[in-house]
Design a protein around this ligand. Structure first.
Ligand SMILES: [Zn+2]
Length: 149
């Protein structure tokens, strides 16, 4: 059921500032305070709360985006693997009622394991906002690298 309440991933301001790309029926968003630079959110363009609300096309596009992002991150950040996960339901830690997959590029020689921050509430809350010019550089870098996928 569509909600009348404005959600962060449907807000025009958020999309205008944070959208990297639209791949079929899904949107790739750069988080405002990324845990690590090689980090994005994959959301359906349609506002739905749960994975079980997704259409088959949306499910396929989530994985198509993941495949393209893996290639883009490998080019841009020299990552060799990734984590992709979803918190589905409040009991699982879902804060925004719009399905979103977290996607982190990983490599064996990385400086920061994203789960070190994710598993430490204090560290997570205290993580700094990325400087505006650095934010734009990453957003455009990922967008340009995705165009090559
Ligand atoms: Zn939404």
């Amino acid at each position: 059921m569509a909600s009348a309440i404005k959600c962060a991933f449907c807000d025009a301001k958020t999309i205008g500032k944070q959208e990297i790309s639209v791949i079929g029926t899904v949107r790739v968003i750069y988080p405002r305070r990324p845990i690590i630079p090689a980090s994005v959110l994959i959301t359906p363009v349609r506002c739905v709360e749960h994975v079980h609300d997704l259409t088959e096309e949306e499910v396929c596009d989530v994985f198509r985006a993941a495949k393209n992002l893996h290639e883009a991150f490998t080019r841009l950040y020299a990552t060799t693997g990734y984590n992709m996960f979803v918190n589905d339901g409040v009991s699982a830690g879902q804060h925004v009622p719009h399905v979103h997959f977290h996607f982190y590029g990983r490599s064996t020689d990385e400086h920061l394991n994203p789960f070190t921050t994710l598993n430490d509430r204090e560290k997570y809350d205290a993580r700094p906002a990325m400087a505006e010019d650095e934010y734009i550089e990453h957003l455009h870098g990922i967008r340009n690298s995705l165009l090559k996928s």
